[in-house]
Structure formats: structure tokens, C-alpha cells
Design a protein around this ligand. Sequence first.
Ligand code: GLY
Ligand code: MN
Ligand code: MN
Length: 451
Amino acid sequence: MNKTNIYQQRRIALAKQISSKTGGGIAVVSTAPELTRNRDSEFPYRHDSDFYYLSGFEEPGATLVLKVAANGALETHLFCRPKDPEREIWDGIRLGPEAAPEKLGVEFAHSNHELDQKVGELLADQDAVYIRLAESAEADRRLRHWMKQVRGQARAGVNPPSEFHDVEAFIHEMRLFKDAHEIDIMRKAAAISARAHIRAMQICKPGMREYQLEAELLHEFRNSGAQSVAYNSIVAGGENTCILHYRAGSTELRNGELCLIDAGCELDGYASDITRTFPVNGKFSGPQRTLYDITLAAQEAAVAMTKPGNTFMQPHEAALRVLTQGLLDEKLLKLADLGSLDNAIESGAYRRFYMHRTSHWLGMDVHDVGSYRETIENADQADKPWRILQSGMVITVEPGLYVRPADDVDQAFWNIGIRIEDDAVVNDSGCELISRGAPVKADEIEALMKS
Ligand code: GLY
Ligand code: MN
Ligand code: MN
């Protein structure tokens, strides 16, 4: 199957859902805008994930319009930047509407200058429109403009649409299940990120700065062909390990302290997301090793629960039991105060040391799309059960422990922040950890850093 076919098939699958819901309609999905960083300089461009999922097209300034007939028959219109030799000298070659049908497998392609007029025409006599609801003031303005055009034809007997649906809900449900093509890319992305973590561990030594390890990660990402980071890299030394979304800064990595790296590349539009925590000097201290082994045991418990038929929450619950038992064993939580492990969990006492969830969906976006609850028509959100894991879903498994200084906390544990994060593809029997190219056992990390 070539690439174009994958995107075509996704559009056809979306069209089928639209025809069965409302007997056809028009769906509109635009890519992301370009963003100015300062004056003539732009942020690196990143396409919109939904748009890319349906088109495989990475250029800015593009919109897909799907015209779906009652029987599900689909006509796809792509609007894209027109060829412009003058602009192409500055910004690079554009595909252009002439070449787009052949390259992208769309039936029609037009200059994006024609978007407003053409969509106005396409909406005539359509009941249902599928768009991103409440996306932006700009998108609202466009929709108003299109509707005004159709309403303006009322006396000619043209009916404007009267139903508006959230197109994202359909696309995001599709994106939740990764096909073989997507999983293949995600395996490659995770392998590159794992190598980057190894590189950082090997190079790390006391006296280096966080940004220097970030540079090593970026080197491995780009040198391996990854287009970007999937999110800003976290490289945290010492007390910074306890700041969940710390950015790599200029703090010195000191002898006897830990370094936490949460970093992953984006390859061909797919994210990877790996965290490793290791001793700056290559050898865990006693208290560091104790909390590290508890966190790893929690991750193992969560991984064992990452299998089809379990809920999204079961890996988290498994991790939580191990972490909380560890906190009680090390007297970071006091059994005398809490009475039991169950109460330490139910009361939320553990949250002081573990304040985030264990998993999130992973895919084109690092915190990927898809509902975390089963869909039950007319049920309140809280009444909807947690999502059942199924083959093809991808989640992270990332327990952690974060101990900040406090009078009632044993000083030996102060400023120890640990997170261990791997990427798990749910399969028919359990899950495949695609990020384990990076060592995870304390002994293996020490051996690597010694070599
Ligand atoms: N790097 C963000 C996360 O782990 O969720
Ligand atoms: Mn994550
Ligand atoms: Mn992460």
C-alpha cells in the first residue's frame, strides 16, 4: 500500500461515518497557521495533526474539504498555496494545485485563494457541516462568511446547512487506533529517542550543564533524521528533578545528584516520549537507588496491566499501589497516621510525592487525542467508564516519585525526583515496549555510564 492510499482510506472511513450519521454533508479541516516568532522570523512550521492524518500534506496554508453523498461517496477538494516562482525562491517549492491530485490522491485541488468562494458553493443544499467547533475567532469568521454566501442564495431556492457537528470527535477516535504503518514509524521514533538517552547518559559527568545534555539529545535526534522534538526536552539536575515540566536550563549537574531527562523526537509526524533518571556521577546513592527501584517496580506493575480488556486506569492503579507501599516502607508516608495502604491511596496522601497520572495516549501528538472514557450516549461524563484498552492503542507508562525538602521528610530523600517513562503499544496479548532501547534497570544504567 503506498502512502497516498493510507490517507485516502482514512478519508473514505471518515466519509462513511458522516454518511451514516447525517446522510452526507461537508467536512472542513484546515492545517495549522504559520506563527511569527519575532519580526521576520517564524517558529519552525508544524502541520496540524488531524489535517496531516487525512492528507499526508505538510505545507502550510492548506484546507481539506470532503463532500460526502448520502451513500457515502466521497469527493475530496484540497485547497493549497498556488505555485509562485517569486515566493518559492524565498520559501521553497510548493506542490501547487496542479500537481496535488496526482500526488495526494484528491479528486480536486484549488488555490487557497479560492477557498471562501468554493466552500460557499459546496455548502449549498447541504444539511450537515463537520468542522472544528469553537476552534478560533478566525475559523468562526470564515464559517460566517461561507454561511452568508449560502444564505444570500436563498431566493434562488438554495438551502443553507442547519446542522453543525464536531469533526474532531470522529477523527480523534480514528487516530486512537494506530495501524501497522503508524506503529512502524513510532517504533523508529522511539528507537532514535532511546539512542539519544543513551548518548546523554554516556556523556554526562559532574560539572556539565543541563543545556549541554539537551544539545546531545538534539544531535542524536537530528542526526538520525527526526524532524523535531515531540515536545520541549526536560533535562533536570538535582532539585529540578522535582519540577514536572522543567525545561533544560543552565543548572550545573552536580556530583551525588540525579539527572532526569524526559525527551523524545518527532519522526514523520509521530511522537516518542521517554524519561530516564540516572545519577550524574554514574552511581546511585543508597536513597536514590531505593526510590529508583520502587519507581521501576511500579512501572513493571503498570506494564503488566497494559493489555487488551483492561481499562486505561488499571495500569495507573497498579503503579499507585506499588509506589504508595514503597512510600510507607520508607516512612515517607506514616502507616501510624494512615492506618493502611488502602487508606493511603484513597485519602490521596501519596499525592504529595506522586501528583500525576501514569499514562496518556501517544501518537501524532505527545499527549495524543482520543477519549479516555467509553462512549455512552446521554451519560454524564463521570458515569462513563474508563476506556477499555484495545490492540493498536499506544500509551505511555510513566510513574514517578518526587521528594521536596520538608521538615517531616527524611533529609536523605530530599530533592530526589525520579520518573521512568516508556511507550507501550497494546497488542493482542499485552503490550510491546517500543522505547526499551534505553536501559532502565539501575544496574544496567550504572554499567552503561561506567563503560
Ligand atoms: N513529556 C510529557 C509527558 O511525559 O507527558
Ligand atoms: Mn509522557
Ligand atoms: Mn515524557
